[in-house]
Design a protein around this ligand. Structure first.
Ligand code: MG
Length: 472
């Protein structure tokens, strides 16, 4: 699964990919660069100014894109919270580690001690580490961030809608804890203050560690429903509450970037902005947009798994670059390991080092022969180069949009064996499987490799290389 694909595929195939815009950046690379990851929740592909958003503006995030690299084909491993965060923090497909779906307050498992997180990678090189925001890799003390490489933690252990005030399922949930370290410091906190509170802590952490290498992970609870915004942004955007919430996240990014600049840390800091999955379309006006992509959260159509991603590292990543290579959040861990001078985790991971692409090396391409899209433990689709193959599977499609914070209704639809050319059809509108039987055969054979390795519920396959999550 991790073979360099340029050794296998015809050169013509690579030429077919759109070129990456580059203007080489050429400074000597700092030895221990700071790493900042901002991760939002349920923000769609079309929910940033630099990705075509309408009705609100994101000047601070757009500026990051203008000063760094914007990714048009960036993916999460699965279109749902806990799965996606497992991939980000471990560099593994989440089903490999036994963490899929969205862990709720009744979950009795979480990330296993033996797995290596991004925070542990950085800490192995003497970094100071902090996380503010939504964790979602296990809420029991042994699974919390401070037990998995973070010096500091403040935030919600799972989704902000898993609380008694849920509009339809409140009875299913105990009070929502706000946690500092491993202590619960409030129940059902005022969510209007969350974005500001995470931001203030992030700024303070940078201030306190300006002379020491650090890894900062800010995982906003927003814009996952229930949407909440502070007075600073209430009623400010044409797009209503959703736009206000995005405006506050943009402000937060501005605060972090300004603090880096104030302390002269710009050229020593890699800043990454991305999101955990596509918009939760069920919530209508309280959901984002995946335009021009098909579907949203909880489906492996592009709108569920393709998300905005921007990276800025002045002097290392060329300003104004746009990357069209298919890449995934699993690639961040090995790439950051290289940047901070750490050895990769001892257990096998799925992500690959993409620094050659980020640094604009001529001829650098995605190191993945294919990217696999599982929903829980079922292989629904894969992408290889310009092609995406869906296997017959069921997926949620919006039947009735919700409104005002209340959910609408999904219907369940079935896809067939369908092939799409994402280079000419990003919206996955025209199934071209019949025209390209050779491509279908090649992608099917790649899928077999994944099934052998990771299993597949749809074809009743048991994976050979699955690992256990941590359990109580
Ligand atoms: Mg999410």
């Amino acid at each position: 699964m991790r073979t360099a694909f340029w050794r296998i595929l015809p050169a013509l195939y690579l030429i077919a990919l759109p070129p990456m815009t580059t203007a080489r950046a050429a400074d000597a690379r700092p030895v221990h660069p700071n790493i900042v990851v901002v991760f939002t929740d349920d923000q769609g592909y079309g929910d940033l100014g630099c990705y075509g958003a309408r009705g609100f503006q994101t000047p601070n995030i757009d500026r990051l894109a203008a000063e760094g690299m914007r990714f048009s084909d960036w993916y999460v491993a699965q279109p749902v919270c806990s799965s996606s965060r497992t991939a980000l923090l471990t560099g593994c497909y989440p089903n490999r580690l036994g963490i899929v779906g969205a862990l709720g307050p009744k979950a009795r498992h979480g990330i296993h001690d033996a797995e290596t997180t991004l925070a542990e990678v950085c800490r192995s090189q003497g970094y100071r580490t902090a996380m503010y925001g939504k964790w979602h890799l296990g809420h029991h003390p042994q699974f919390l961030p401070t037990r998995h490489g973070f010096d500091e933690y403040y935030g919600l252990p799972y989704s902000n809608d898993m609380w008694p005030l849920h509009p339809t399922s409140g009875r299913d949930f105990p009070p929502l804890p706000l946690i500092e370290g491993v202590q619960t410091i409030a129940l059902n906190p005022d969510q209007r203050q969350l974005t500001t509170a995470y931001t203030e802590r992030a700024v303070s952490f940078i201030e306190r560690n300006q002379d020491h290498p650090f890894f900062l992970y800010v995982a906003h609870s927003m814009p996952h429903v229930p949407l909440h915004v502070s007075d600073k942004f209430q009623g400010k955007s044409e797009r209503g509450l959703f736009g206000d919430v995005i405006s506050e996240i943009d402000w937060s990014v501005g605060q972090i970037v300004d603090t880096l600049a104030k302390h002269g840390l710009d050229r020593r800091t890699l800043v990454i902005f991305t999101c955990d999955n596509g918009p939760w379309l069920l919530y209508g006006d309280h959901a984002g947009s995946a335009a021009p992509l098909r579907e949203g959260k909880a489906s492996v159509w592009e709108g569920g798994v393709r998300v905005p991603c921007i990276m800025r590292f002045p002097g290392q990543i060329a300003a104004g670059a746009v990357c069209h290579e298919p890449l995934m959040t699993i690639d961040l861990l090995p790439t950051i390991a290289r940047l901070v001078g750490a050895t990769p985790p001892s257990r096998p991971i799925d992500g690959l080092d993409i620094w050659p692409i980020l640094s604009g090396q001529p001829g650098a391409h995605s190191p993945h022969e294919a990217l696999y899209f599982y929903w829980l433990n079922d292989l629904h689709a894969l992408r290889s180069g310009r092609w995406k193959l869906h296997f017959p599977h069921r997926y949620p499609h919006l039947q009735l949009a919700g409104g005002g914070g209340k959910p609408g209704r999904y219907e369940q639809l079935d896809s067939g064996l369908e092939l799409y050319d994402l280079e000419t059809d990003v919206g996955e509108t025209k199934n071209v499987a019949d025209e390209h039987p050779d491509v279908v055969a090649r992608l099917k054979s790649l899928a077999e490799t994944a099934r052998e390795d990771l299993g597949d519920g749809l074809t009743k396959r048991q994976g050979k290389n699955l690992r256990e999550p941590g359990r109580l």
